[in-house]
Design a protein around this ligand. Structure first.
Ligand code: FMN
Length: 252
């Protein structure tokens, strides 16, 4: 019996939403592998189908996500690659996911770049994925179901550079407002880089933090946010430069 595993790294939740929508086209039993928390070797078989979703960070996939995805191996396992970006640029992220999957013995059958609300610059792609996006994701999911039935692998070429663009860490600071923090430690637990110490959640280690936003989005008290002059200066410029709608694109 075939089984679909939804694999994602989704600090602010939209990549999970996109992967879930594509998975909805499949009638098989479903499982989850959440790479924000799962960091171990795992082998998939010929009876598995995996849908792998990653957010785009600076035109690449986040380094932590890359390391964790690289620990998953297939056995000619059918795979669908999903790069989810915030209406700025997808860069080489989709190609990177496809390459990792192929190297790890997955048989990639389809790939898609989806657009979601920007997790840093919250004025960009507000409300996405919206209904039009969700319809396109379902259409793609149905085409993937057909491809699995026909046994056909990915035919299309995925756009991107080789070597991939260099990954540039964002210079912004994440701060914690201690007047709002209730010391629940959810941020400490969710941080995939373990950059937030138990003793003092405000003392984030910015050398290892990837700015993924998981701590900001999990905080019920809205105590955590991007801050600082560099961020405040960039925000209006970035939002105006990326206001034009980009569309979901898929490759089969
Ligand atoms: C550190 C960082 C870098 C980002 N870089 C890009 C980028 O290069 N291009 C883009 O369009 N969106 C970029 N984004 C936005 C995310 O790709 C987008 O919001 C995505 O939907 C987040 O997925 P999530 O909700 O699963 O966390 C970036 C977000 C973060 C946190």
């Amino acid at each position: 019996m075939k089984k679909v595993t939804r694999i994602f790294f989704s600090p602010s939740g939209t990549t999970k939403k996109v992967v879930d929508k594509i998975a909805g086209s499949f009638k098989y039993e479903k499982e989850v592998c959440d790479l924000l928390h799962f960091n171990a070797d795992k082998e998939f078989t010929e009876n598995d189908i995996v849908i792998v979703g990653m957010p785009v960070f600076a035109g690449r996939i986040p380094k932590t996500a890359r390391d964790r995805l690289s620990k998953l191996t297939g056995d000619n396992t059918k795979a669908i690659a999903v790069a989810n970006y915030g209406n700025a640029k997808v860069g080489d992220a989709l190609l990177e996911i496809v390459d990792i999957l192929k190297e790890n013995n997955f048989d990639v059958i389809g790939a898609i770049s989806a657009v979601s609300h920007h997790s840093i610059f919250d004025g960009v792609a507000v409300g996405r994925p919206d209904n039009a996006d969700l319809e396109k994701l379902s259409e793609f999911g149905e085409k993937c179901v057909e491809k699995i039935e026909s046994g056909e692998s990915l035919q299309a070429e995925i756009p991107g550079n080789k070597p991939y663009v260099d990954y540039n860490q964002l210079p912004f600071t994440i701060s914690c407002d201690l007047d709002k923090c209730v010391f629940c430690y959810d941020c400490v637990t969710v941080c995939p880089e373990k950059a937030i110490p138990d003793e003092d959640p405000a003392d984030i280690d910015l050398d290892i933090c990837s700015r993924c936003t998981a701590c900001i989005h999990i905080c019920q008290e809205n105590a955590r946010s991007f801050s600082g002059e560099a961020f405040e200066a960039k925000k209006p410029i970035f939002e105006s430069a990326n206001s034009e709608r980009k569309e979901v694109e898929y490759y089969l």
